[in-house]
Design a protein around this ligand. Structure first.
Ligand code: BGP
Length: 465
């Protein structure tokens, strides 16, 4: 079968500022929560490797843009680091070196016919803001809006695709439930307040962007995890799946696309005494400022069943899992390195859901990819990593994306996570995701993997057989 994609399809990859740029003392970047946490607790990071040891995009972006071209990109997403652009939020002064850097990146991409997609917040709260409570503090929302407006003013003449957040559920899960983001608390009530403020911040940034008439579009990037009940015929399992879908997907998808929070989740939050502080004006802002375009990150589904071993539900230390059990489906395909299930059809189910229940919102796959440990094993005699498993992973997912498009989904592109192997939060360099290998012991030297050449052929043909 011939899998051809619509004309003008966006092919490329995604990355983020904090995972690729590096700190580079002296260039005016202030500390964010990752820089701080690494200083405090380096042992938390895989092999003790922190955010100062990235792929050095800050210095190597010109070479990287050439490599993107060589691997067939016509688009690329990264994020602007708040802590680099506005190191001192008290004065609000922009860092001229940051402006020059992002200008150069944008101009370099455009000169090579690579459309820049820019995201604002990718898990990187500036430490000055975190000291005020981070997303828990309503004031930080206004500071974020100032940062967003500054980005639109500085770069909005050339960047036409903007995103307010990458995976806003992740700072909630990581920072307030499971301990893989700073501030590493267990407090679901705080998590709910953080989620609300992130949704509000997004709507406020969208409001500002639209008011500036910049002839581009703005959206949000969500990691959508289709949630399947153990047994479709078992009402309690189905209810558990509905709750989990509500908590992890609809809690951001609904305000972003429909302008309001899902009723069943609002009721659940009320019943469990987790209501955030809201104001009617802020809820109106959320209602009136929905997205133009949705980025869909897809890695894995969730499988759940009804709670079989009741737990005592106690105050702020309750966790979503107190209300359901994870269903470990026998025979499921796994990525053993990341511990994530590989379920290709999940990408299709997600797109069908957007078509049927979210007005067929225009979207693109903003992340999808496979992290593998120890890829040196696959180096061939010419020094190239033969990552056939990655080619298979992408192909299998693309077949389902193609199917969804055939059936009317408005999917406009596909971005792999990621271009260069990059530093990734607590996992640092454990799992490699790139089309291009980065040799950390050798000046971060880049070598295109087999998947990079394969991707070039795919994008040149706008599809595959
Ligand atoms: C997404 C994030 C990315 C990236 C990716 C891979 O959730 O947007 O920042 O890290 O997942 O995940 P990980 O690196 O944790 O394996």
């Amino acid at each position: 079968m011939n899998y051809q994609f619509p004309e003008g399809f966006w092919w490329g990859s995604a990355a983020s500022g904090p995972q690729t740029e590096g700190v580079f003392e002296g260039d005016g970047k202030a500390q964010n929560i990752w820089d701080f946490w690494y200083e405090e607790k380096p042992e938390k990071f895989f092999n003790g490797v922190g955010p100062d040891k990235t792929s050095r995009f800050y210095k190597k972006y010109q070479e990287d843009i050439q490599l993107m071209k060589e691997t067939g990109h016509n688009s690329f997403r990264t994020s602007i680091q708040w802590s680099r652009l506005i190191p001192d939020p008290e004065t609000g002064a922009v860092n001229p070196k940051a402006v020059a850097f992002y200008n150069d990146v944008i101009d370099g991409l455009l000169a090579n016919r690579i459309e820049p997609f820019f995201n604002l917040y990718h898990f990187d709260m500036p430490m000055t803001m975190q000291e005020k409570g981070g997303w828990l503090n309503r004031e930080v929302v206004d500071q974020y809006v100032f940062y967003a407006k500054t980005c639109f003013e500085l770069f909005g003449d050339r960047v036409k695709k903007w995103f307010t957040h990458n995976e806003p559920i992740v700072p909630v899960e990581g920072g307030y439930l499971y301990g893989w983001h700073y501030p590493d608390e267990v407090n679901l009530k705080h998590g709910v307040q953080v989620a609300y403020h992130e949704a509000l911040a997004s709507a406020k940034a969208i409001e500002v962007y639209h008011s500036m008439d910049l002839d581009g579009e703005i959206g949000i990037v969500l990691n959508l995890t289709p949630t399947y009940p153990r047994d479709e015929q078992n009402k309690a399992d189905v209810e558990a799946a509905r709750l989990v879908d509500g908590l992890f997907n609809r809690s951001f998808l609904d305000p972003a696309v429909k302008g309001h929070f899902p009723e069943d989740i609002v009721n659940w939050v009320k019943e469990n005494d987790l209501m955030p502080v809201t104001t009617p004006e802020d809820l109106k802002t959320i209602a009136e400022n929905t997205i133009d375009l949705l980025g869909v990150n897809y890695y894995q589904p969730r499988r759940v069943k009804t709670k079989e071993s009741p737990v005592e539900i106690a105050g702020n230390t309750i966790l979503p899992e107190d209300f359901y059990d994870v269903y470990d489906m026998p025979g499921k395909k796994m990525n053993p390195y990341r511990g994530w299930e590989i379920y290709e059809k999940g990408i299709y189910d997600t797109l069908v859901n957007l078509k049927e229940n979210y007005g067929n919102i225009r979207c693109y796959i903003s992340e999808n990819g496979m992290g593998v440990e120890g890829e040196e094993r696959f180096v061939n005699a010419e020094g190239m990593i033969e990552d056939d498993y990655r080619i298979e992973f992408v192909t299998d997912h693309l077949k389902w994306v193609h199917q969804a498009i055939q059936e009317g989904s408005q999917v406009q592109g596909y971005h792999m996570w990621t271009c260069m192997d990059n530093w990734s939060w607590l996992n640092a360099y454990k799992n490699r995701y790139g089309f291009i290998a980065v040799d950390l012991d050798n000046e971060a030297k880049r070598t295109i993997k087999k998947s990079g050449y394969w991707f070039k052929a795919l994008t040149e043909n706008n599809g595959f057989n």
